[in-house]
Design a protein around this ligand. Structure first.
Ligand SMILES: [Zn+2]
Length: 91
């Protein structure tokens, strides 16, 4: 599962400007610094979550929940396996 990045903050350990704030598999915020590898887990603690949110710079702009695909024709059908095999065999 890819990590869900929600924002950045300055790493309190090494002052790296873009330490990552992401959600763990339980939806709790944690900080990961790619520069010094420091991590900080809130584990859903309300006080720690509030503190990390106070310092966090949220990602902007918010990304749409679903990728915006132009409405219209469905994507062209893929060739059947046998047809694809035949195309490959010709080369
Ligand atoms: Zn750091």
């Amino acid at each position: 599962m890819p990590k869900k990045l929600v924002g950045h903050l300055t790493c309190p350990e090494c002052d790296f400007a873009d330490a990552e704030i992401a959600e763990d598999k339980n939806g709790h915020l944690y900080r990961y610094c790619p520069d010094c590898n420091a991590t900080y887990f809130t584990r859903g603690d309300p006080k720690r979550t509030a503190n990390i949110k106070k310092k966090m710079r949220p990602l902007a702009p918010a990304t749409p929940a679903t990728p915006t695909a132009p409405a219209g024709d469905p994507p062209p059908k893929k060739k059947g396996a046998l047809e694809a095999w035949y195309e490959g065999a010709k080369k």
